[in-house]
Design a protein around this ligand. Structure first.
Ligand code: NAD
Length: 283
């Protein structure tokens, strides 16, 4: 778990729905200090300032820095300002939904693909390159991914980026073992956030989870469970874990096919029957 008094940089805060915020809150509840990063002042004004899920007191208690990961100098400057840290959470991704996601996989928008790759994948290495010097006693870097061994509808090129991000996690784990810095990713099931809402037909992805997940999956409440896994990976109980992708997805990545009626919890059986989602063994 989190070491009280240690400082963690949590990158990718947009609003109170961000996975970054759930992780940061968990760190603070356990006595850690959090420095959030927000992409730029404009986005902060649009989303964070307008968020009615946070009180004015909560907003003014947030310590944050601006950092656009497309700009190497901004990433370098960020870690010069933070001082010594115990860990970093990389909770950042972007792909133009019009060209990189959606009904058609094929696209000729190569510049959009490059930007998506830079932000969603390469930036993890940029962050590690600048952050590692500020973790003198070792530390932990945690990235956020989504099941990338399977091709999901509409997720298209973000799926490609997530597969690449997981490869970067393994490369960085190898590179930074000598620094006692661990690098891992959490593969989360679908959660309701701004980025998720930008995925065309996100509800369809969520429906897949409802049909397939051995454990019930809640796209709002389970953000806390994802945050718990991040706290574990950031802290000393995960001291010998590196280069891994830990699935916090209700088990979807481990099974094939829809859950049968008899495999569901009783209350889920009734709901699934109403939605016509449960295959009937007798037919
Ligand atoms: N929401 C989900 O269902 C889900 C599932 C699995 C993994 N993830 C991953 O979790 C991470 C966080 O996403 P979220 O769902 O909390 O959404 P979010 O929209 O709250 O967070 C995405 C963040 O990326 C930041 N970002 C985009 N471009 C950037 C840039 N150039 N520089 C700096 N920051 C930039 C945005 O400003 C935002 O803060 C992403 O990597 C996402 O792919 C999300």
């Amino acid at each position: 778990m989190i070491q009280p008094g240690d400082t963690y940089v949590v990158m990718g805060l947009l609003d109170a729905d961000s996975i970054a915020y759930a992780i940061g809150k968990g760190i603070e509840q356990r006595g850690g200090h959090v420095i959030y990063t927000v992409q730029n002042e404009r986005l902060k004004k649009i989303f964070l300032d307008r968020s009615d899920k946070l009180s004015e007191a909560e907003k003014s208690a947030l310590r944050f820095e601006y950092c656009d990961v497309l700009d190497d100098q901004q990433v370098a400057g960020l870690f010069e300002r933070t001082g010594p840290i115990a860990g970093v959470v990389h909770s950042i991704a972007y792909a133009n939904p019009k060209t990189c996601l959606g009904a058609e996989f094929h696209t000729d928008a190569v510049d959009d693909l490059k930007t998506a790759f830079h932000i969603s994948c390469v930036s993890l290495a940029t962050v590690a390159r600048h952050a590692h010097r500020h973790m003198p006693d070792g530390g932990s870097i945690v990235a956020m991914t989504f099941e990338s061994r399977l091709a999901f509808p509409y997720y298209n090129w973000m799926g490609v980026n997530k597969a690449a991000l997981e490869a970067v996690v393994r490369g960085l784990a190898r590179r930074h073992g000598r620094d006692l810095i661990r690098v891992n990713a959490i593969s989360s099931g679908p959660l309701t956030t701004k980025a998720a809402k930008a995925i065309p037909h996100f509800a369809y992805l969520a429906r897949i989870w409802r049909k397939v997940s051995p454990l019930p999956w809640d796209t709002i409440e389970d953000k806390t469970e994802v945050a718990h896994a991040a706290l574990f990976l950031l802290g000393p109980y995960a001291k010998k874990i590196t280069g891994q992708v830990i699935h916090v997805d209700g088990g979807v990545s481990s099974v094939g096919g829809d859950l049968l009626s008899m495999e569901r919890m009783p209350e889920q059986q009734a709901e699934a029957a109403v939605l016509g989602e449960t295959p009937d063994l007798s037919t």
